[in-house]
Each structure stands twice: as structure tokens, then as C-alpha cells.
Design a protein around this ligand. Structure first.
Ligand SMILES: NC(=O)C1=CN([C@@H]2O[C@H](COP(=O)(O)OP(=O)(O)OC[C@H]3O[C@@H](n4cnc5c(N)ncnc54)[C@H](O)[C@@H]3O)[C@@H](O)[C@H]2O)C=CC1
Ligand SMILES: O=C(CO)COP(=O)(O)O
Length: 355
């Protein structure tokens, strides 16, 4: 599946951008990577290591890193944007004069912009107006990709050219790329699961068992898909790699930064201490606040997101919140089979005692 004719630009010098740059180079593409830090850029180009974000892994020696965006973007057919959500629009704006509409622009970022509740591919669209826009999302811990562990992801776009080009650019013997045309659902899945990864890390630190983790993940999936349907996504997308797949990996592994933030909180650290100790981006901290507010605004029932919000931002002890959640509504298992409102109706008609 090697792709020697392709030139790929990666914007972002963090762990995921670096892992993706290395895959594309393994596949034979000519790869340039943009970052702000000149020392890190020199280290990637000359020593083939990213000592700050992926210190334990060798990067393909053909990846050339630079702080000069124009050099990186020149002649690139495919541009992967791996910048945390807080800086995403700013970097796209910086890149905009150097971009042209034949290029394929793909976000790899699993976060939400506060103003307007925008996902990153919507920002790409707004800032450029280009036609070839997509999203990569899935169970993709950067360090495992860098270690060439067998991994799969999803390229989501309503543009077939974007889907097939990314499949050939990145698909190789250790990385499989599946296609979706539900860009919004795939992107939302990647952002939402970070919330529940924090909760899972917290539950683990509090000594909660496997039944608890399984309940948490499954109810998280119900909550994510309920929210996604309300926002217009296809709930079936949540059965795929970018839904349940990513939820499993981030709720099960201390390699996930969001999970580690949850663990630190469960061990009694403050949110500031937990984020500070991480030294990398944990998108879920911001996402839980935005999603909780959006759910309130739109009237979507999201008890887990609400509970986590109370723990993170209102000082409610995690153990107390877990107990409170256990006293919440006992409703439908799978709402697409038995709607929630039917269970509520049954209970009313069954004359359930109050209390
Ligand atoms: N690391 C992972 O395992 C995965 C990460 N992602 C997503 O990828 C996105 C990027 O994350 P990582 O690479 O993991 O982050 P990271 O925390 O490893 O690195 C962040 C990078 O962004 C750069 N950055 C921050 N603000 C910037 C600005 N204003 N201008 C230019 N560069 C800036 C930092 O210098 C750093 O190079 C996140 O949204 C994350 O959810 C997605 C899948 C896997
Ligand atoms: O999205 C990821 C794995 O798919 C990475 O998760 P973290 O950002 O929590 O490390």
C-alpha cells in the first residue's frame, strides 16, 4: 500500500501528529511536520525522536520537521491537523494563506470549540470553504501506534476522494483505515469519549471493580449516542471504531491522558494538579463542561456528564457522586429498542411508589 507519489503535511508536534507523520512516511509518502519548537523540530529531523511527546519511540527517518509553515505546506496534497482544540482555529488561520482548495484537509483532533459548540472539521470548513475535508478518529493511542501495535482508525468524510486518499496514504500492515460518511458522528464520538475516560480513570483509582467499569462504559455509550442523535448524528456510528472502539481503549488504559487525569483526581489531587502533572492535552476536561452545558440547553439527559462536571468543577467528592448516580433513574437498556419515555410511562402506569 505504499504511496510514494504523495506529499503529506502534518500540523502539530505532539504525540499524535508525530505518530501519524511516521505512519505516512512508513508508507513511502514525503512527509513534513510543522511545530513551534525549533529544538523539537531539529530533534525529529536529525535524531528521529520526539523527546518531548513520544520519547520512547523511533520515528521514520524520512520525516522532516520544521517551524516554517510555508515549507511544510508547500506541495502537500494531504494536510493532517493535529493541534489541540483550544489552538486549532488559530493555527488554521495561520495556515490559510498557504492552503489551496485542491488539498485534502483532515482533522485528527478530538475536541470542541466553546463558541458555537463547533467540531474541528467545521472550523476547517469555515476557515477555508474547501471541499475535501475529513476527520480521523478511532481507538488510536499515539504511543501504541508509534510502537507499531496493530491498530485501526476511521476516516470520515462525505467526500469520497478524501476517504480513499487517506486510506491509501495511511493504511499499512500495522494501521488499518476504515471509511465512514458520518463525519459529524465520528468526530463527536472522539470528543465525547474523553469525558467517560476521565470517569473510568477515577473509578479505577477509587478501587471500583470490573462490573462497575463495564456499567460505566455501556451507560456512557447510551449517553453519547443519545446526545449524538439529538445533535443530528447517526447513532449506528457509535457501534464502530470511533464510538465503542475508542470508548473501550480510553476507558481501559492508563496510556490515555484523560484516563490519567481521572486517576489523579480519584487519588485526591485537584484538577489543577492533575492537569499540571500530565503536561499534555486532556481534551475531556474542557469537553465535559461544554457538553454538560449543551445538554442542559437542549434538554438531553446526561447524568454521567453532569456528575463528572459536578466532581471536576463544583468540588463534589467522586465517591459521593458515584453513590448518587446509583440512585438515579432506572430506565431503558438500549433506547433504540425500548424508548426511555416508554419505560417512564410504564412506571407511571404501574403506580410505582414515590421515594
Ligand atoms: N495522543 C493521542 O494518543 C491521540 C490524540 N488525539 C488528539 O490529537 C490532538 C492533538 O493531541 P496530541 O498530539 O496528542 O497532543 P500533545 O499534548 O501530545 O501535543 C500538543 C501539541 O500541540 C502543540 N500546540 C499547542 N498549542 C499550539 C499552538 N497554539 N500552535 C501550535 N502548536 C500548538 C503543542 O506544542 C504540541 O506539539 C488532541 O485533540 C487529541 O485528542 C487523537 C488520537 C490519539
Ligand atoms: O484519543 C485517544 C485514543 O484514541 C487518546 O486519548 P487521550 O487523549 O486520553 O490520551
Amino acid at each position: 500500500m505504499s504511496d510514494q507519489s504523495l506529499r503529506v503535511a502534518v500540523l502539530g508536534g505532539g504525540s499524535f501528529g508525530t505518530a501519524l507523520a511516521s505512519i505516512a512516511a512508513d508508507n513511502g509518502a514525503e512527509v513534513r511536520q510543522w511545530m513551534r519548537d525549533p529544538e523539537l523540530a531539529a530533534q525529529i529531523t536529525n535524531e528521529h525522536r520526539n523527546g518531548r511527546y513520544l520519547p520512547d519511540y523511533a520515528i521514520n527517518a524520512a520525516v522532516v520537521a520544521s517551524t516554517q509553515m510555508a515549507e511544510v505546506l508547500e506541495g502537500a496534497e494531504l494536510v493532517l491537523v493535529a493541534i489541540p482544540s483550544k489552538a486549532f482555529r488559530e493555527v488554521v488561520r495561520q495556515a490559510r494563506p498557504l492552503l489551496h482548495e485542491a488539498q485534502i484537509l483532515v482533522s485528527t483532533t478530538k475536541g470542541i470549540q466553546e463558541e458555537g459548540f463547533k467540531l474541528m472539521s467545521q472550523i476547517l470548513e469555515e476557515e477555508t470553504g474547501f471541499a475535501h475535508i475529513g476527520v480521523i478518529s478511532g481507538p488510536n493511542l499515539a504511543s501504541e501506534i508509534a510502537d507499531k501495535q496493530l491498530t485501526a482508525t476511521v476516516i470520515a468524510s462525505d467526500d469520497p476522494q478524501t476517504r480513499t486518499r487517506v486510506q491509501t496514504a495511511l493504511g499499512c500492515d500495522y494501521f488499518r483505515v476504515y471509511a465512514s460518511n458520518d463525519r459529524y458522528g465520528v468526530e463527536l464520538g472522539g470528543a465525547l469519549k474523553n469525558i467517560y475516560a476521565i470517569a473510568a480513570g477515577m473509578a479505577a483509582a477509587l478501587g471500583m471493580g470490573e462490573n462497575t467499569r463495564s456499567m460505566l462504559m455501556t451507560r456512557a455509550l447510551a449517553e453519547m449516542s443519545r446526545f449524538a442523535v439529538d445533535q443530528g448524528a447517526n447513532p449506528m456510528t457509535f457501534l464502530g471504531l470511533a464510538g465503542v472502539g475508542d470508548l473501550i481503549v480510553t476507558c481501559s488504559s492508563a496510556l490515555s491522558r484523560n484516563y490519567r487525569v481521572g486517576q489523579a483526581l480519584g487519588e485526591g489531587k485537584s484538577l489543577e494538579e492533575a492537569v499540571e502533572a500530565l503536561g499534555q492535552v486532556a481534551e475531556g476536561v474542557n469537553t465535559v463542561r461544554l457538553v454538560r452545558d449543551k445538554a442542559h440547553e437542549d434538554g438531553v439527559y446526561m447524568p454521567l456528564a453532569e456528575g463528572l462536571y459536578q466532581v471536576l468543577f463544583k468540588g463534589v467528592p467522586a465517591r459521593d457522586m458515584a453513590r448518587l448516580l446509583m440512585l438515579g433513574e432506572q430506565s431503558s437498556d438500549v433506547e433504540f429498542v425500548l424508548p426511555r419515555k416508554d419505560v417512564q410511562q410504564d412506571r407511571r402506569e404501574g403506580g410505582e411508589p414515590h421515594g
